[in-house]
Design a protein around this ligand. Structure first.
Ligand code: MSP
Length: 518
């Protein structure tokens, strides 16, 4: 038996200090669309998401709310999980960094680095930004000792830290990036990382003293320190892969053989703001323990409002769940993925949201209701016995374009190709004029062919649109008399003759938005 290809996809894990917003939703939906596409295309998929729950930022937010850190984390992990469920995210595993299994893997990882002589201690003197959870040197700082990224005041710290000998892996990392041109996509991010690596790479502080941060994973070789939250967080990808078994007494803890696990990950997905941690810290840490590095990194752009990044701290966030309440889950998913060209930035505006919604309702929704109504009216709701091959060239071209775009992560292009097929099908109706064919007794077989073609194109559209609008495509498949949404391989060959179609509510009903139209 041939084995199905396997794909392990990850989103970043979200800080458990704030609510999910449209930016987080975008990363997660993008991951979900890719995961669903690969499942459609026949792969076995592990799609991972979760919450990042340790560190000073969480500790301080919990203190501000007057609760224990774990209470805050429990609450926020539920918030993220239910938001993702409401947005139809098909994650296979939701990881929390406070899980026992993860804590044990972090400790095994750090012990392994320690045993291999990859860690030393030293005194760190410098500046720390709690919000970004990172150190800055004096020359990086903005005016009045502020963080150059988020512009908040930084703290001066002088403390004992453990350091990972990251600098020793600089050359190997540069070589890896140069030899694997697709390791970081898009190119602009790859060049940015290579630019960063032109300067000498320092060593990486991997710990915080408990006197400052007590909410973290205790180092296995020093009880007075916890792991730096970014190191702890990055290791989540390894924990969920099932490669490391800290409970096994064989001493190797799975570091020397990952063949039974999902490691290495096929794709780490993230926003461009956290590329360095994923493209520099993480692979060098993996080299330090002797594990293979992740296969690919995809960094997407930002959702901005006006000219500024959408973020909680700037108070300009759009709530994906509020949009969902008004327009439905699939409308939010479609807007986010259709509107942003993967890798670039995109600006959120209510006007563009409406334009994208109307595309769904006027092109795809109308096509489905017209075709189903005509099969009902002219053939009693049963797809007639005809070849239904009137749009084969267009269907094949759309499949080809969508598959090629998806594998290059040009998701917006794949979606445009699907919508173009729906547009062509609307054009086909205008051209064939089934209402005139119905009036002409000699045109019965032509009408059969028209209706069968429309049924076939709708089946194909179900498969093409499923990754982005899964709930609606499941409704449409049911109206077409299918048991489930067909996958990309079956969609062209599914027998359509004799299918019983039923008229349902419109897929994308007219919505009067709660905001004023311009
Ligand atoms: N906890 C870290 C990630 C650790 S992964 C080992 C973190 N969390 S986050 O909650 O701040 O952000 C998570 C993701 O959301 C990032 O990929 C980030 O780029 C994305 N976004 C946050 N705001 C965004 C926009 N305005 N637009 C698009 N994505 C944005 O970083």
């Amino acid at each position: 038996m041939t084995q199905r290809p396997r794909r392990y996809l990850t989103t970043p894990i979200y800080y458990a200090s704030g609510e999910p917003h449209l930016g987080h939703a975008y990363t997660t939906i993008l991951g979900d669309v890719l995961a669903r596409f690969h499942r459609q295309d026949g792969s076995e998929v592990l799609f991972l998401t979760g919450t990042d729950e340790h560190g000073q930022k969480i500790q301080e937010e919990a203190a501000r709310r007057g609760v224990e850190p774990i209470e805050l984390c429990d609450l926020m992990a539920e918030r993220f999980k239910s938001a993702w469920q409401e947005l139809e995210i098909s994650f296979d595993r939701f990881i929390r960094t406070t899980e026992q299994e993860h804590v044990a893997v972090v400790q095994a990882f750090l012990q392994r680095l320690w045993d291999r002589g990859e860690i030393y201690d030293d005194v760190y003197r410098g500046w720390y930004c709690v919000h970004e959870e990172r150190y800055w040197t004096e020359k990086d700082l903005g005016e009045g000792n502020t963080c150059p990224d988020c512009h908040r005041p930084v703290q001066h710290v002088e403390e004992k830290n453990y350091f990972f000998r990251m600098s020793a892996y600089q050359d190997r990392l540069v070589r890896h990036i140069e030899e694997n041109p697709d390791w970081i996509v898009p190119d602009i991010r790859r060049n940015e990382v290579l630019g960063f690596l032109q300067k000498p790479l320092g060593d990486l502080s991997i710990s915080r003293p408990k006197t400052r941060v007590r909410w973290g994973v205790t180092l296995p070789f020093d009880q007075d320190h916890v792991a730096y939250v970014w190191v702890d967080a990055l290791i989540n990808y390894l924990t969920a892969s099932g490669a490391i078994h800290p409970e096994r007494a064989d001493g190797e803890r799975g570091f020397d053989d990952v063949s039974e696990s999902w490691w290495p990950a096929d794709l780490h997905l993230m926003g461009k703001d956290i590329i360095t941690t994923h493209a520099v810290y993480w692979p060098t840490l993996l080299m330090g323990v002797g594990l293979p590095v992740q296969r690919q990194i995809l960094a997407h752009g930002w959702w901005v409002v006006g000219d500024t990044k959408m973020s909680k701290s700037l108070g300009n966030v759009v709530d994906p769940l509020a949009l969902r309440a008004e327009f439905g889950t699939d409308a939010v998913r479609w807007y986010l993925l259709r509107e942003m060209s993967t890798g670039g930035d995109a600006s959120y505006t209510p006007e563009r949201f409406l334009v994208r919604y109307e595309e769904l309702s006027k092109i795809l929704g109308n096509l489905a209701s017209r075709a189903i109504a005509m099969i009902g009216k002219y053939r009693g709701g049963v797809v007639p016995d005809a070849r239904g091959r009137g749009l084969d060239t267009e269907i094949e071209a759309a499949f080809e374009a969508a598959r090629s775009a998806m594998t290059r992560y040009r998701v917006h292009e794949a979606l445009a190709a699907a919508m173009d097929l729906a547009r062509s099908a609307n054009g086909y109706i205008e051209e064939r004029q089934p209402w005139s064919q119905a009036k002409d007794d000699t045109a019965a077989s032509q009408l059969d062919e028209t209706l069968a073609t429309l049924a076939r194109v709708l089946v194909a559209l179900c498969a093409l649109f499923e990754p982005v609008v899964p709930a609606k495509m499941s409704e449409l498949s049911k109206s077409l008399g299918l048991d489930a949404v067909p996958n990309l391989h079956e969609a062209l060959s599914i027998p359509i003759v004799g299918l019983h179609v039923t008229k349902d509510e419109p897929l994308f009903p007219k919505v009067e938005p709660s905001w004023e139209r311009p």
